[in-house]
Design a protein around this ligand. Sequence first.
Ligand code: C2E
Ligand code: CA
Ligand code: CA
Length: 304
Amino acid sequence: MGIAVFQGQRESADELLKRSDMAMYEAKAAGRDALRFFDPQMQAQMAERVALEADMRAGLDSGQFELFYQPKMVRGQITGAEALLRWRHPVKGYVSPAEFIPLAEQCGLILRLGQWVLRTACERLAHWQEHPVLGQLTVAVNVSPRQFYEAGFVPQVLEALAGAGADARRLRLELTEGLLLQDVEDTIAKMVQLRGYGVGFSLDDFGTGYSSLAYLKRFPIDILKVDRSFVLECDAGHEAMAITRAIVSLAHSLNLHVVAEGVEKQSQLAVLNALGCQEFQGYLFARPLPVGEVMAFLHRGAQS
Ligand code: C2E
Ligand code: CA
Ligand code: CA
């Protein structure tokens, strides 16, 4: 429920309705059974959001989005890369995905944006296929809940692969825990279908959401990604390490491959290695790189 308070007749009925609508929108965004009062700041935020949304649409049409690739490493060798979206806004400069993905989710633009990401990543895979080393890499793509739940998601992935001529076995989709639990049967059905073509699945940000351990074994997941927040602390003493150790051993007992993300320090890498993490991603090895620099990274790696 959205509420706008008024005194006398300073605002028109139209304006009041608009305000209560805005408050209602906020209440809805906060989940079920909520009510919100209108405040002027809300209006400013709304205007900003509307402008950002329009910019995003225009940006998508005029090629302002780009994929960067962050290497994933096994024993000093690059084995894959995660595709991370970047928006080069003509005025604001670089805008972080953390800022625009949630809005894209809300306004539905994530469907087009997500499709663009899938296509671009598959084209990259196909392009790399010709190269002796790059051709061995997997590419991981982040998938938003709204995108995943769209009826046409499976055909969309298959079309992106076929359109580019990319090998499905080199594509990984990264899903979050929250997504898995929204509609369990539908999610499993979609995953099984895609898996039939060779597409792999990673569970992203593991340990940060409402992890339902009971469900975990029901999903056809291949990889568990230990969230950066655990990696950050894993070298800070016994207790901090205990959680990371528990996550890794849980993953192993479910036969999942473990990737640690956000590895920044050698001391973290040492702990994670000792705990049995198999693959690493983080600034210690490389930041997300523009596509042109991935090759340079490969050559650097070969020399060192
Ligand atoms: P994520 O999937 O957890 O991606 C990892 C984030 O951690 C990336 O931030 C990456 O740049 C950052 N990172 C990697 N290594 C390190 C490290 O060693 N230290 C620190 N401090 N950070 C590290 P980024 O690129 O800003 O992306 C943020 C989030 O936006 C992603 O989190 C993902 O949830 C979302 N996102 C990015 N690209 C896409 C996309 O194409 N589609 C969707 N749906 N979401 C995306
Ligand atoms: Ca991810
Ligand atoms: Ca993550």
